[in-house]
Write a protein that binds this ligand. Structure first.
Ligand code: SAH
Ligand code: ZN
Ligand code: ZN
Ligand code: ZN
Ligand code: ZN
Length: 513
């Protein structure tokens, strides 16, 4: 989950006024793409379209699928742009240059050598985030190097490596022990024997730790992640360098086959996919990728199993429920609150801990998923699922309606349960925060207009910012060209400039409020 897990704290910052219309950027998946998407260092790019006030702009463009900040990958190309041979060659060279310095096989060879070293020879460079072999020592002399790396430490790379918190790309937020243990125990209770971990390095490592522990658990795990640092710690059959926004395997066919074999083993029996993607990314490309992984699993199924689904845990904030269910209608959202280590506000049990908005979406029947009673979860026989302590069954809605863990109240006028902080407004004839401004556009998202989140938590925010910047830069280049070549070109329309500016200011004000 990438984006702004940092925004977690603003989830409840309800109330915004002055939404002017919806704008943002959407991914397009042409049903019959005329040309394959151009490549950036992160594999095939995605085709985007800018949406302004609900209207699509006609010129579409390609941008990086994985990085939502131009600082991390500045790929930009108009859909109809023709590149010269020289530029294509330069791009190809750039893509090559950006690949990791070592091949997957070289990493494995180094790892094998490393574990054969004596304890005192096993060093790790914190600066370079790299395990060092004796030949490397000299080069890292001036760096921060730690020694005596134990086998136990090698088995917990997520503790040795620092988390890549960069919200616009990796957004690496690691599970707390509590959440990770809960997941591993659950997977084992449900009888799974193989777990495809997509962007869940800490879960991967805990599963493997348990499998090698005393009470052998016999669960196998394969990690797919874009964080190449992990390739130092795993053999080819347990880690693939992978981009989940375009289903790209950085090490080509061999890696794809590792994944296929894993999914299809035992005719596809006993396997589950668990994923915790950056949630600054868009839901649709993720859904497209997961459907490709599902298809890969399906190929290994016998005909009579054709209606069976690949079991999935998709860990994501609750306000994406609508989006996820658009792509996976069979998924339901569990009440369990997943929390993270490197997110101060969400450490479980601390006083003042806000409730984490992150949940598990799954196609496994929720009555099979027992949530820990020590943490207050209980079974609702009417809903046939475990719900959180304060989530009360509403007899009018006939369901346990709370989404955020707080007790919601039923409003008879709205005919549904609403957040406890809302009251019914007779002017607006719906429930809202007491201090909302009546008659204003509904307090929805500034970018996409949806009512269940704000601009800062919009699934489209990251790309929209990045792309706006890209488009602005492109326009700037063009206008510079025009200025240099004098004449022609439209004169700047003054009113539109001030309108744009004040809109940006409003957005800024909103973000900072
Ligand atoms: N809670 C999980 C980590 C989730 S953080 C755990 O503790 O195991 C998101 C993870 O997704 C990170 O490991 C990050 O490296 C990975 N990731 C981010 N962007 C990705 C992409 N485009 N493709 C594949 N993995 C990605
Ligand atoms: Zn890229
Ligand atoms: Zn209920
Ligand atoms: Zn109700
Ligand atoms: Zn109401």
């Amino acid at each position: 989950m990438a984006a702004p897990r940092g925004w977690l704290g603003t989830v409840e910052a309800e109330g915004i006024s002055g939404r002017q219309g919806s704008s943002g950027v959407e991914v397009v998946f042409p049903s019959d793409p005329a040309t394959p998407a151009p490549l950036c260092p992160h594999g095939p790019t995605l085709l985007f379209v800018k949406v302004n006030q609900g209207k699509e702009e006609t010129r579409r463009f390609y941008a990086c699928s994985a990085c939502r900040d131009r600082k991390d990958c500045n790929f930009f190309q108009w859909e109809d742009e023709k590149l010269s041979g020289a530029r294509l060659a330069a791009r190809e060279a750039h893509n090559q240059k950006c690949q990791p310095p070592l091949s997957r096989t070289q990493c494995v060879e180094r790892y094998v050598k490393f574990i054969e070293l004596s304890l005192s020879q096993r060093k790790f460079c914190q600066g370079c985030q790299q395990l060092l072999l004796p030949d490397d020592w000299e080069k890292h002399q001036e760096h921060r190097v730690v020694g005596d790396i134990s086998i136990t430490q090698l088995k917990r790379p997520s503790q040795l490596l620092y988390p890549l918190e960069n919200k616009k790309t990796n957004a690496q937020y690691l599970f707390t022990d509590r959440s990770c243990q809960f997941l591993v125990d659950l997977l084992s209770t449900l009888g799974f024997t193989r777990v495809l971990c997509v962007g869940t390095p800490r879960l991967h490592e805990l599963i493997r730790l348990k499998a090698s522990g005393e009470k052998k658990s016999n669960i196998k795990s394969l990690l797919l992640d874009i964080d190449f640092r992990y390739s130092q710690f795993y053999m080819e059959d347990s880690f693939c360098h992978y981009n989940m926004f375009n289903h790209h395997f950085f090490d080509g066919k061999a890696a794809l086959e590792v994944c296929r074999t894993f999914l299809q083993e035992d005719k596809g029996e006993g396997v589950i996919m668990v994923t915790d993607p950056p949630f600054g990314g868009l839901v649709e490309p993720l859904a497209v990728t997961f459907k490709k992984l599902i298809a890969m699993w399906k190929e290994g199924q016998s005909q009579d199993n054709s209606q069976k689904e690949l079991p999935i845990f998709w860990i994501f904030p609750y306000f994406f429920e609508f989006r996820i269910r658009q792509f996976f209608p069979s998924f339901c959202m569990l009440d369990y609150q997943v929390d993270y280590d490197n997110h101060a506000l969400y450490k479980h049990g601390k006083t003042g801990r806000k409730q984490s908005p992150v949940r598990i979406f799954t196609n496994i029947p929720p009555n099979k998923i027992i949530l820990p009673s020590e943490e207050g979860y209980r079974f609702c026989p009417l809903c046939q699922r475990y719900v959180s302590l304060e989530n009360q069954h509403c007899e009018h809605c006939n369901s346990c309606t709370s989404k955020d863990g707080r007790k919601w109240n039923h409003c008879f006028l709205c005919k549904k349960c609403v957040k406890p902080s809302w009251i019914h407004c007779s002017i607006c004839s719906h429930c809202a925060l007491p201090d909302h401004s009546c008659g204003a556009p509904k307090d929805g998202c500034f970018i996409c207009g949806e009512l269940d989140h704000k601009r800062s938590t919009c699934p489209k925010i990251a790309t929209s910012k990045k792309v706006n910047k890209a488009v602005r830069k492109q326009k700037q280049r063009k206008s510079n060209k025009m200025k240099m070549g004098t004449t022609k070109g439209q004169s700047m329309n003054h009113t539109s400039v001030t309108r744009k500016k004040s809109r940006r200011e409003r957005a800024h004000q909103y973000l900072c409020s």
